[in-house]
Design a protein around this ligand. Structure first.
Ligand SMILES: [Zn+2]
Length: 245
């Protein structure tokens, strides 16, 4: 019964949020939406001073400011890992974005990489040492279902971030992402894949990886508001999220 009431109220709540957000955005409309959030402000989604406030609820693309921060964090973190010979590969939406758009999925809200559980402590130490002056490096973020992960936030205030999920090895298998199992040769040796003007490490069998998490039609269909209404649509524009170079 409570469940039914909750599911009845959910769309209503969403409508109220959208009405509120519209009022706030109308007030902020003279501001430039492309260059809004910084490390000293909240991220656009949760910042009532932003003309991009609650953009995900409107089914809009990630604003240039947010997308640029996401790309910069990803680039900085992977650069440190590569310089220190610490293995990683991009995964989930970040891998899908690389393959389908050559960069961030236009409406993505974070980036994801995989590291081995064995390196987790070392990677935390290295990132903390190299990036603490620029970002907030977190350990043991409890993502309940997926276990503890590392996360690097743009700042204490702006929570745009990269998640570093871990995989474990069990005999010849690599296990991650809600206990999904891959053969070692599905992942290794890693290859490089281009992402805007960078190259990042990716698993060897990209198709297998993406089909496992997003189904066989990942190049054709997308779910824009994944967290809210999962509306499926056919993709016609394959360009990545706009970033500020
Ligand atoms: Zn922003």
């Amino acid at each position: 019964m409570i469940k039914q009431i909750k599911s009845f109220l959910r769309p209503l709540k969403r409508k109220i949020i959208i009405i509120k957000a519209n009022i706030i955005r109308f007030r902020n409309k003279q501001l430039n939406p492309d260059y809004f959030c910084t490390r000293n402000t909240k991220r656009c989604f949760s910042n009532t001073k932003s003309p991009n406030y609650n953009y995900e609820y409107f089914g809009e693309n990630t604003p240039i400011c947010c997308a640029t921060h996401l790309y910069t964090i990803l680039k900085d973190v992977t650069t440190v890992l590569e310089e220190n010979d610490l293995e990683y590969f991009i995964s989930f939406g970040t891998l899908l974005g690389a393959v389908r758009h050559g960069g961030l999925i236009p409406w993505d809200t974070d980036t994801d990489i995989l590291i081995t559980e064995k390196d987790k402590e070392m990677i935390f130490k290295v990132l903390k040492e190299k990036l603490s002056s620029k970002y907030l490096v977190n350990k043991d973020i409890d993502e309940n279902i997926v276990g503890n992960i590392l996360r690097v936030n743009l700042s204490d205030t702006n929570t745009l971030h990269i998640d570093l999920f871990t995989y474990i090895e069990e005999k010849d298998e690599i296990v991650f992402g809600y206990n999904r199992r891959f053969n070692k040769e599905d992942i290794f040796p890693l290859q490089k894949i281009s992402f805007y003007d960078s190259d990042f490490f990716a698993p060897l069998d990209i198709k297998k990886q993406l089909e496992t998490f997003y189904g066989k039609e990942y190049m054709k269909y997308a779910y824009k508001q994944w967290a809210y209404n999962k509306a499926k649509f056919e993709i016609s524009d394959f360009s990545p999220a706009k970033i500020n170079n």
